[in-house]
Design a protein around this ligand. Sequence first.
Ligand SMILES: [Mg+2]
Length: 108
Amino acid sequence: MRKGREMTKASLGVNKLIKECHSIARGKGWWKDERNDGELIALMHSELSEALEAMRNHGTKDNVAEELADVCIRIFDFCGARNIDLEETLRKKIAYNKTRPYRHGKKF
Ligand SMILES: [Mg+2]
């Protein structure tokens, strides 16, 4: 299906996940009071650290995946609260990254 000269974008489902994760967090009382962005970013970090700990503790791939899912859930909740269109931003960044040079021109 064509829309103008551009192909219609199929949903990646990210904004639906954002809506669901934020709705659950609201329902569980996490947004009863306004929250601090720094704290929320730190909590995203904490889930990455839990993924690392799962690896260090010989966790299974499922254990690591669960912590990575927690990272995504916290990011989605944040995007829902701050009205961030992560899906569109992902599209733009992925398209941009395709144009970048090998290893983005970096040594490492
Ligand atoms: Mg966790």
